[in-house]
Design a protein around this ligand. Structure first.
Ligand code: ZN
Length: 275
């Protein structure tokens, strides 16, 4: 069944998903907001500041909302936090927005979260897991009682995570995928798409997928070196539609920076060459 925006869908015990009306290439069916708890509630990722979406969240939470937590501050995840906090009296938690021009600059958390910090309401404990890569301030949240990890944009279902340097960091992204294998998990609840069962299998699949892409980037560089990013995109992403090239070039840049740090590529002005 397709994900329908604006509808409160139970996806687990005391977990409701409401998808925002912002579908697209980067957002799949739209951004998932999750409402967690029973007597007291937490919202993870209130999403874009779209009136109908904020109203759907307000209806779902009534007067029980205590915390609004954000996985990161991209414009499809955190901007509704302010409006929802104002309407409900809930407090906002997350990490401050980096300054790369792609962030919700108005994000104003009352509480700054570090790796391992917990947000607790009645019967619910969410533990922050710092997972830089897609964004430097990215947090996943582990619902400890159910071992469900809310992955924001660290792991998505149905679309590929984009790594946009400089705030996006491919090397950190690999490390943060590996980190998932160290957590005791029952499922991923992604920021886009549906619940993912067998989370460790999925994390391994994603690592393998990225390694394969990295190899394609290295091979493309070996064939064309020295080359601009735009010259490398059609070679390294020959399996994706051309309309995705503008997005692919950002992740390709991320791969090149990682290869350079590993001594496998060198940046020379606008061009990249093999080391
Ligand atoms: Zn994002």
């Amino acid at each position: 069944m397709d994900i329908v925006c604006g509808v409160a869908v139970p996806v687990g015990p005391h977990i409701v998903r409401i998808t925002a009306p912002n579908p697209g290439v980067m957002t799949g069916p739209g951004t998932n907001s999750y409402v967690i708890g029973d007597r007291e509630l937490v919202v993870i990722d209130p999403g874009p500041d779209i009136e109908s979406h904020v109203n759907a969240l307000r209806t779902a939470v009534g007067d029980r909302l205590k915390w609004i937590v954000c996985t990161h501050t991209h414009l499809d995840h955190s901007p509704a936090a302010g409006a929802l906090a104002e309407a409900t009296g809930a407090r906002i938690a997350g990490r401050a927005a980096p300054q790369d021009g792609r962030q919700d600059a108005g994000f104003a958390p009352a509480r700054l979260l570090d790796d391992g910090d917990t947000v607790t309401v009645a019967d619910v404990t969410l533990r922050a897991v710092h997972t830089p890569g897609h964004a430097s301030n990215h947090l996943c949240y582990l619902l400890e009682q159910q071992k469900i990890l809310f992955t924001g944009d660290h792991v998505m279902q149905g679309s590929t995570v984009v790594i946009s340097p400089p705030d996006g960091d491919m090397q950190a992204y690999f490390a943060s995928l590996e980190r998932l294998l160290t957590l005791d998990l029952a499922a991923f609840a992604p920021g886009h798409g549906r619940i993912i069962e067998k989370p460790h299998d999925e994390a391994r699949r994603l690592i393998a997928h990225r390694l394969k892409r990295e190899q394609k980037v290295a091979d493309a560089l070996a064939r064309r070196s020295p080359a601009t990013i735009d010259e490398l995109v059609p070679l390294a992403y020959d399996d994706v539609s051309e309309r995705l090239y503008p997005v692919a070039r950002r992740s390709l840049h991320g791969h090149l920076i990682k290869l350079a740090r590993e001594g496998r590529a060198v940046e020379q002005g606008e061009r990249w060459k093999t080391a």
